[in-house]
Design a protein around this ligand. Structure first.
Ligand SMILES: NC(=O)C1=CN([C@@H]2O[C@H](COP(=O)(O)OP(=O)(O)OC[C@H]3O[C@@H](n4cnc5c(N)ncnc54)[C@H](OP(=O)(O)O)[C@@H]3O)[C@@H](O)[C@H]2O)C=CC1
Ligand SMILES: CCCCCCCCCCCCCCCC(=O)[C@@H](N)CO
Length: 591
């Protein structure tokens, strides 16, 4: 066979290579694919009175299933029942029982119809570092999330198995969490309880496959539920930071994904894109019914491990950053800084804006730690009310600090409050669009200042210069210049609004090279005739086009290289054909 044919064969093979693998996987995957209908079948949902469980109950009912829900509080169950009745017209059976009480749930199950789809969804989550967490709380999570699931399944199995062959395939779905696929800071107990469910599910699937029962594990990310609202109040900051790696979802969306996963009998049910990545990365020895997913798992194995390592790199980075900041914060509080001094450098003329501003340069003695703590807030919006609420007795002023990155916060002060006190009526923050999902990189923040004027809270500091009737704030490293704009007077303090200019921004206009450059560009702008500008732009465009052409050729050469060689061979070494003529050029570019 000639060389050129070999090349074609090679490319053909490259295209066809996946097909045999797909065929093998199609024959290989176990357990076999299955469809689990829910219409007219009995779906039993634990924790069905709130959040994800409630959303599941709603959807199952609206798809024509007979639904039962179980939870501890009868009140919440009744409310859920009414809500579902209202929206779907379907009557839901309710069972009040605690999953930790085996007898109570056995009784509930004996009263319920035979179960076709059991969704073990109840769960509790109290995030806390293990060192700080009470053992009672650890036990509580393991008891409800893991032991509770054992109780439910063991109690329900006879009801699920009963006459199964006449009733079609059944499902046992367990509500895990993405924190049940990867350990997350602050979730030692929670993650353990959810990882436990995976072992339970993998083993159980082998035990019940002969009874046509199909096990699913659902892995939601943070989901907007009453449970999550409670959880976020207690969450360590690092837990929030790391959990934010996966986008938050609505309970309805999670329920939709979960239900469709259950109906298709999937063993792993991820709920969002990050969840899909996680499921691929943690596939391990889990059963897989879908040959397509098995194919993805095999092909993406290497790259998903790489992605996982990137995530770990970023998480450990956040943890390190957080600890550094905490250490500095502690040091900061130990050594109260000497009061900063205020030097007026005003008025100054800014070349770039031709604006006359009155600036104060606040110099801070070097006795403080040089690394300035940066408080970490989830976002200005969520932080602000919390700060106001946390303002302890003795703080008579709450103000805001802005770093040099263009963040901006505005306050409204209640002028009717009598002198000596300031009452803030509104605070709004805008970190110039820079509020990111990583709170560590957010800079806008609030400082509360005690009457003696030098106390620092949350990394801010302030000084009251009584005779100038001015209250000044510094927050960052002291190298910044703050512009104070006097907009009104209140309680003897003569400002309402602070805007900040960063050091760099402020001085940019005075630095020689910068001014010089500005001057030149101004001259060029004003004096360059339009014709010249036109030819300039044209030559630039031509340059870009030429570059693009080169790039293209490079890419073409790269892919066509083997073909070019074949062409050359076909021409008996004479470089007559187009390919032949291009070849030396291609080689030149390639090397
Ligand atoms: N929300 C989230 O961000 C995520 C949640 N999950 C998991 O999803 C599941 C549901 O969470 P979510 O909807 O947020 O939680 P909610 O707190 O909103 O609802 C929990 C449900 O479980 C019930 N429940 C709690 N403890 C028991 C118990 N001991 N016995 C019986 N029922 C109980 C509750 O009712 P009652 O209090 O009346 O007993 C309620 O119906 C949990 O397993 C959770 O771990 C997974 C990933 C993310
Ligand atoms: C290839 C690798 C991809 C990696 C993606 C990583 C994403 C991990 C995020 C984990 C989020 C955990 C949320 C737990 C939510 C939860 O269960 C609590 N709210 C309690 O209910």
């Amino acid at each position: 066979m000639s060389n050129s044919n070999l090349y074609y064969l090679f490319f053909l093979l490259l295209l066809l290579l996946p097909l045999p693998l797909l065929l093998i996987l199609y024959l290989l995957v176990r357990p076999r694919p299955v469809k689990i209908p829910i219409k007219n079948r009995h779906v039993f949902i634990t924790g069905g009175s709130s959040g994800i469980g409630l959303a599941l109950a709603h959807q199952a009912a609206s798809e024509g299933a007979r639904v039962s829900i179980l939870a501890r509080s009868l009140d919440k169950l009744e409310q859920a029942k009414q809500a579902i009745q209202l929206s779907t017209g379907i009557d839901v059976a309710v069972f009040a029982a605690d999953v930790r009480d085996y007898d109570a749930i056995s009784k509930a199950i004996s009263e319920a119809d035979p179960i076709d789809v059991l969704i073990v969804n109840q769960g509790v989550f109290v995030p806390q570092e293990l060192e700080k967490q009470e053992l009672d709380e650890v036990k509580f999570m393991i008891d409800v999330n893991l032991m509770g699931s054992f109780h439910m399944i063991k109690a329900a199995l006879p009801s699920i198995k009963n006459n199964r062959t006449d009733r079609g395939p059944a499902s046992i779905a367990l509500m895990s969490s993405q924190a049940g696929q990867v350990g997350i800071y602050g979730y030692t107990a929670y993650s353990a309880s959810k990882f436990g469910l995976r072992g339970l599910a993998e083993a159980l699937q082998q035990e019940v496959i002969a009874d046509d029962i199909h096990v699913s594990l659902i892995f939601p990310p943070d989901t907007d539920t009453p449970g999550l609202v409670e959880e976020t109040k207690l969450r360590p900051q690092l837990t929030s930071i790391i959990a934010a790696s996966s986008g938050a979802m609505k309970a309805d969306e999670v329920a939709r994904k979960a239900l469709s996963g259950i109906k298709s009998g999937s063993f792993f049910i991820p709920c969002n894109f990050e969840g899909l990545l996680l499921s691929v990365a943690t596939a391990g020895l889990a059963p897989q019914r879908s040959y397509l997913m098995a194919f993805v798992e095999i092909v993406a194995a290497g790259i998903s491990r790489f992605a996982a390592l990137c995530f770990q790199w970023s998480w450990y980075g956040s943890i390190e950053k957080w600890h550094t900041q905490n250490k500095t914060m502690a040091l900061w509080y130990q050594t109260p800084p000497p009061p900063p001094t205020l030097n007026r450098i005003s008025p100054t003329l800014k070349l770039n804006s031709l604006r006359c501003t009155c600036s104060y340069n606040l110099s801070i003695p070097n006795s403080r730690p040089t690394h300035i703590p940066e408080p970490i807030f989830a976002s200005v919006k969520t932080f602000v009310p919390a700060t106001v609420a946390n303002l302890g007795h003795g703080f008579d002023f709450l103000s805001c600090a802005v770093d040099g990155l263009g963040d901006f916060i505005s306050l409204s002060i209640d002028l009717s409050v009598h002198p000596g006190k300031i009452s803030i009526t509104k605070i709004s923050g805008d970190a110039a669009g820079k509020i990111s999902r990583d709170p560590l990189s957010n800079c806008a923040r609030i400082a509360a200042i005690k009457p003696n004027g030098v106390h620092v809270k949350d990394g801010g500091g302030g000084v009251r210069v009584a005779d100038q009737k001015l209250l000044f704030l510094w927050i960052n490293d002291g190298s910044e210049i703050w512009d104070l704009k006097v907009r009104g007077a209140c309680c003897g303090y003569e400002f309402l609004q602070i805007t900040a200019d960063s050091y760099a921004d402020h001085y940019k206009s005075f630095e020689f090279p910068w001014s010089c450059w500005k001057l030149i560009s101004l001259i060029v702008k004003v004096s360059l005739p339009w014709k010249l500008k036109f030819w300039n732009s044209l030559s630039l465009l031509l340059g870009i086009a030429a570059m693009a052409c080169c790039m293209n050729r490079w890419i073409i050469m790269f892919f066509l290289f083997p073909f070019i060689l074949t062409c050359q061979e076909r021409n008996n070494g004479e470089q007559k054909s187009l390919c032949g003529r291009l070849e030396p050029f291609g080689i030149a570019i390639l090397f």
